[in-house]
Design a binder for this molecule. Structure first.
Ligand SMILES: Nc1ncnc2c1ncn2[C@@H]1O[C@H](COP(=O)(O)OP(=O)(O)OP(=O)(O)O)[C@@H](O)[C@H]1O
Length: 735
């Protein structure tokens, strides 16, 4: 039946409706005739131009899919219902919680494009090549799927027509197609994983380069220290560098195939489908699908924010666990298990609360998603497949049962693949949100490191930092000049949270003049070293000092690296660097003899013995190893921060003597009077912002100290003597 007749049969002009307009019967018959003719003419014209209309509809459909996908994924206004408010977009923390605002919006695309420049550095890079291979395989797989959809129809048709020869021939084709199909899938998975690894490696290398700032002596370096000490924005950089970068890379590698492939699939499958069922049906289906898709999109929870929050909370839990591992001994002696358990449980409960909230949202969203994508769209599809069965399409000849079955099976398969691809575009919004979450985390790390390298810190300041003179000091910046001597000229000592410990410090130390630094706890003795080492910014005045490589620090609890016994002495040198300096193991043995530790080589199993040295050596041994390290490096200056507190006094004297003999100038913080004799200068803080810098006459100072101690001892006797005196007076009165 031609289309116009079909239409006329479907929508006949009702005599009643004509009657209702109260037309004369002759006129109404004339009108009906005219409408029929009009429809016939329209049908003729439509049939004549149908190939052009089909081409137009197909092109419009492809354009629509691309534009719609782009619009669906492109920037949304940041004033959405969820996560209102600007200012939280650049990784800053929410005032109500810890999580930065995350959405698939312009901020996300800006962040992503910055990271993409790192992970795909150029068109000829390995990553770009992998992407090209990946794309080619994706196209190849879609072409194979189209072939398989047709083959499926042909196989079923040969079954319906009872043609065994045809059937087995097509089964053979099916098996032959399986070879490239399985090969392609494996390759796709392989290349996607390779891409993820390549992204992760690029990003990790870049982050480590900035984080450790190897080779940068200036304010650009030591980012790992500054991130945790001078800035509050990143709490667990370790989690970000290991876990979050890995997850980001996996999501980024997957998003490409989750997005590019379905877009291509939808266009190709639908093109094929439109050839079979007509582009008009497809148009109707698209309108229905799109209106429900808009509803689905509106109901999608903010998965990106959930992902970022999840990463933040699990990072915090890990951080609490690693603190317990680090301070296990202290906690064990303090019997702090109850408190530590409470802290861990609290962190764990936060993670769980968040996870179950996300789970609940995922549950109801999953129900709606499956209901719409699988079942509602499935029914639309079945109706579409039925079009060539119930309607005769112009240009398509009528078919037997086998032909109709073949058409139905092929169309159904195409439709399933197409709706699956469309579903994946929808799902990919969820993936994209999750990628936005990890992108926010990685960006937060990169942005904060960039700020820190520029000397921009964000840290909660003490109240006094905002007022008067202190605020003025914090606004300023001092000058650092390289010099042989160490000289501070009017340099304020300011803690990272803005506490001004000393307003203006001046002193001058020449090579060979050992300086002793004393004062009450927390007055800023170690802080002076942090300024010298370039860890803390100089807020004013002028600091003259040699390059940081001319200093070695020995703290009270020296750092022991992972590696061999030799590595402990030569740290941070490698064995190759040691040999390049012409130093042998025998020389190292001499160095150890100077601190009376030569027996350790045999005791611990030789120079190449590797173990957790933090546990293998006692506190005093660790200090001696650190002194051996000092002698090996033989720098211009050594900073000793309670560096002899755990070694006997005679050993301390030997070490000081050896250092002096090597020409190392010592800057010492110590409460031990036995060390005074080695120092020529003293910097004495009074604990309230004042200080005295003067020559140190150890003998005179010791004599004064002894006199002071004697007087203090006598003063302790006074209460006893007063009591006795009162007793004696009482006795005398009675007699
Ligand atoms: N990373 C940091 N962030 C904020 N404040 C800090 C930081 N490091 C040290 N401070 C603060 O700076 C002040 C001085 O610390 P510093 O370590 O210089 O004291 P100190 O004189 O060496 O004391 P002690 O003899 O007890 O070691 C202290 O109040 C301390 O809390």
């Amino acid at each position: 039946m031609p289309w116009a007749q079909q239409l006329a049969a479907t929508f006949p002009v009702s005599p009643k409706s004509i009657a209702s307009h109260e037309m004369p019967p002759v006129l109404s018959a004339l009108r009906t005739q005219q409408v029929k003719e009009l429809l016939l003419r329209f049908n003729k014209g439509y049939a004549a131009n149908r190939p052009t209309i089909q081409r137009f509809l197909n092109a419009a459909f492809a354009l629509y899919v691309v534009v719609n996908t782009y619009r669906g994924l492109s920037a949304r206004p940041s004033t959405s219902k969820r996560g209102k408010g600007r200012g939280k977009e650049d990784g800053k923390k929410d005032e109500t919680g810890k999580v930065p605002r995350v959405a698939v919006d312009a901020v996300f695309y800006r962040r992503l494009s910055n990271i993409l420049k790192i992970v795909i550095p150029g068109l000829t890079s390995k990553e770009a090549l992998l992407l090209v291979m990946h794309s080619s395989l994706l196209v190849f797989r879609t072409v194979l799927s189209l072939y398989v959809a047709n083959l499926d129809g042909i196989i079923v048709a040969s079954l319906v027509r009872a043609q065994p020869k045809q059937f087995f021939l097509n089964i053979l084709r099916w098996l032959l197609v399986a070879i490239p199909a399985t090969w392609t899938n494996s390759w796709l998975n392989y290349i996607q994983s390779k891409l993820a690894i390549a992204y992760r490696t690029r990003l990790t290398n870049e982050v480590l380069h900035q984080y450790l700032g190897v080779g940068s002596e200036g304010p650009e370096g030591k980012v790992y220290y500054k991130l945790s000490n001078l800035d509050d924005r990143i709490v667990n950089a370790d989690q970000m560098i290991t876990n979050d970068i890995q997850k980001f890379s996996l999501h980024l590698a997957a998003i490409y195939s989750n997005l590019a492939k379905p877009v291509l699939d939808v266009i190709l499958y639908n093109y094929q489908l439109s050839q079979n069922v007509g582009a008009e049906g497809l148009l109707g289906l698209t309108v229905l699908v799109q209106s429900t898709a808009a509803l689905l999109r509106y109901m999608t929870p903010p998965f990106g924010m959930y992902t970022a929050m999840s990463a933040e909370l699990s990072g915090s839990l890990r951080h609490t666990h690693s603190r317990l591992v680090e301070f296990a001994e202290e906690v064990a002696f303090m019997r702090g298990e109850e408190t530590e358990k409470m802290l861990l449980e609290r962190e764990y409960a936060s993670v769980m609360k968040h996870e179950s909230r996300v789970l609940n949202r995922r549950w109801w969203f999953g129900v709606i998603e499956e209901g719409i994508i699988k079942w509602l769209w499935g029914s639309f599809g079945l109706v579409l497949c039925a079009i060539p069965v119930f309607f005769k399409l112009p240009g398509i000849s009528s078919q037997d049962l086998g032909g109709r079955t073949e058409g139905f099976v092929t169309n159904r398969r195409l439709l399933l693949s197409s709706s699956d691809a469309f579903g994946r575009i929808m799902y990919s919004y969820k993936d994209l949100s999750e990628l936005a979450g990890y992108t926010a985390r990685v960006s937060q790390l990169l942005d904060t490191m960039k700020d820190v390298r520029k000397g921009k810190f964000e840290k909660a300041l003490v109240n006094s930092a905002a007022t008067g003179e202190n605020a003025e000091i914090l606004q300023g910046r001092g000058e650092v000049i390289e010099s042989e001597d160490i000289q501070f000229e009017n340099v304020p000592i300011v803690t990272p949270n803005g506490d001004v410990l000393v307003k203006s410090l001046s002193f001058h130390v020449k090579p060979g003049q050992h300086l002793l630094i004393v004062g009450p706890n927390g007055c800023g003795k170690s802080s002076l070293f942090r300024i010298l080492g370039g860890l803390w910014p100089v807020y004013g005045g002028v600091v003259r000092k040699p390059a940081a490589s001319e200093f070695i620090l020995i703290p009270q609890r020296p750092y022991l690296t992972l590696g061999t016994l030799r590595d402990q002495i030569i740290y941070p040198h490698s064995k190759a660097e040691m040999e390049a300096r012409g130093i042998t193991d025998a020389d190292l043995f001499d160095v150890l003899s100077a601190v009376q530790m030569d027996n350790v080589v045999e005791r611990e199993g030789g120079w190449d013995a590797a173990k957790e040295w933090r546990d293998a050596l006692s506190g005093g041994d660790k200090q001696k190893i650190a002194w051996a390290r000092l002698f090996y490096h033989n720098p211009k200056y050594a900073i000793l921060d309670e560096a002899t507190s755990l070694v006997p006094q005679d050993m301390e004297g030997l070490m000081m003597q050896h250092a002096t003999r090597l020409g190392i100038t010592l800057l010492t913080v110590s409460h031990r009077p036995s060390l005074w004799q080695w120092h020529a200068l003293i910097l004495q803080y009074n604990g309230t912002g004042g200080y005295v810098f003067t020559k140190l006459d150890a003998e005179k100072r010791l004599a004064l100290q002894e006199e002071k101690q004697a007087l203090e001892a006598k003063l302790l006797e006074v209460p006893k003597m007063t009591a006795r005196l009162a007793e004696l007076k009482l006795l005398a009165e009675r007699k």
